[in-house]
Ligand binder design. Structure first.
Ligand code: 5GP
Ligand code: ZN
Length: 134
């Protein structure tokens, strides 16, 4: 993907603050951090999102997500973090090269992910499972 910003970062054609790199995965600081050490973890091969990523790459990304979380805990004392991934424009994905955010969290950091819940939908659960047919 010649004009994908994250592919350019992987190829070294756009600047980045690299945290870690291996054969499959590249991790770097988000340019607009919402907390200290806000990190993006991406496959080095272009996949748009969770819908087209292959087994090998998603597995390698998972390993790096855990590894970096543990490194941040051990080296930086970060004991709270969120791993966030968005897919599709209506899923609030802005850059269409799959990425996971590692967002360290702490008391009073001013951030707050809040979901509007619908407990009244519990009555539909049986029907949802039937429709899914898994
Ligand atoms: P999304 O909304 O797709 O989950 O997140 C895209 C993220 O990519 C945003 O947090 C944004 O700050 C980050 N981003 C966009 N362009 C660049 C860039 O050129 N360099 C870096 N390091 N991060 C970027
Ligand atoms: Zn790309």
């Amino acid at each position: 993907m010649s004009d994908c910003i994250f592919c350019k970062i992987v190829r070294g054609e756009a600047p980045s603050w690299k945290i870690l790199e291996n054969e499959f995965v590249y991790a770097f600081l988000d340019i607009n951090p919402v907390s200290q050490y806000h990190t993006l973890v991406i496959p080095k091969k272009h996949f748009e999102n969770i819908f087209d990523i292959d087994d090998k790459y998603i597995m390698e990304i998972s390993k790096v997500l855990r590894h970096l979380s543990q490194v941040y805990q051990q080296r930086l004392g970060i004991n709270n973090l969120q791993i966030v991934n968005s897919n599709g424009s209506e899923g609030q994905q802005d850059v269409f090269h799959l990425h996971f955010h590692i967002v360290p969290r702490s008391l009073g950091d001013g951030q707050n992910i809040q979901w509007r819940t619908h407990p009244e939908w519990r009555t539909q659960f049986d029907q949802w499972l039937e429709e899914l047919e898994l």
